[in-house]
Design a protein around this ligand. Structure first.
Ligand SMILES: [Fe+2]
Length: 220
């Protein structure tokens, strides 16, 4: 009886252990939900093409490679040595996947924050939408080196907060509602070194509907 039970368990155990290795090849570059030129004039076609097909693709490739190495790593020491590659490339993949979805062309309601729960929460926590954007841009422009600016939901205080992360670190302390890529590859071809111009422009193509959905999920 015992041996039957044991052998019955084996296939599921085998699947459980195989999961990291097989899922390692599953990460793929998601399609953009709009055309490369759809965010012009605020974000140029050149930037979008390069950013999506080269930069994001590189994080996807790096994540797959790191996961495959991790699955084959012969010791805990070797697994630990792969942690930074997993964090960097995995963060790069999930941050960019979120970023594409939180942008939207102007003719598809990009930049439009209509009356509703998100606008209400922003006004409650920042005073006004304009003050929020100003504070967000100031905090994000002040990031030294590469990183991300976030509007995040703090589930402990039940408030929206502006947070920044360095490199490709994903936002873990809050639920991400809006994320803005402040790596030079996100703006340099069009805005050169003038980060504030990029940050002012991006609000014209922020997908507030998507942001409102994320807030609804976070506050369920
Ligand atoms: Fe990026």
């Amino acid at each position: 009886m015992l041996s039957i039970a044991k052998s019955a368990l084996r296939p599921s155990l085998a699947r459980a252990f195989a999961a990291p290795a097989s899922s390692a090849s599953l990460h793929t570059l998601p399609d953009l939900p709009y055309a490369y030129n759809a965010l012009e004039p605020y974000i140029s076609e050149d930037i979008m093409k390069l950013h999506h097909t080269k930069h994001h693709q590189t994080y996807v490739n790096g994540l797959n490679a790191a996961e495959q190495s991790y699955a084959k790593a012969p010791s805990v020491r070797d697994q630990i040595a792969l942690q930074s590659a997993l964090k960097f490339n995995g963060g790069g993949h999930i941050n960019h996947t979120l970023f594409w979805k939180n942008l939207s062309p102007v003719n598809a309601d990009g930049g439009k924050l209509t009356d509703g729960p998100l606008k209400k929460a922003i006004e409650r926590d920042f005073g006004s939408v304009e003050t929020f954007k100003k504070s967000f841009n100031a905090a994000t422009a002040a990031i030294q080196g590469s990183g991300w600016g976030w509007l995040g939901y703090n589930s402990a205080s039940k408030t929206l907060e502006i947070v920044t992360t360095a490199n490709q670190d994903p936002l873990l302390s809050h639920t991400p509602i809006i994320g803005v890529d402040i790596w030079e590859h996100a703006f340099y071809l069009q805005y050169k070194n003038v980060k504030p111009d990029y940050l002012n422009a991006i609000w014209n193509v922020i997908n507030f509907k998507e942001a409102e959905q994320r807030l609804a999920e976070a506050t369920k």
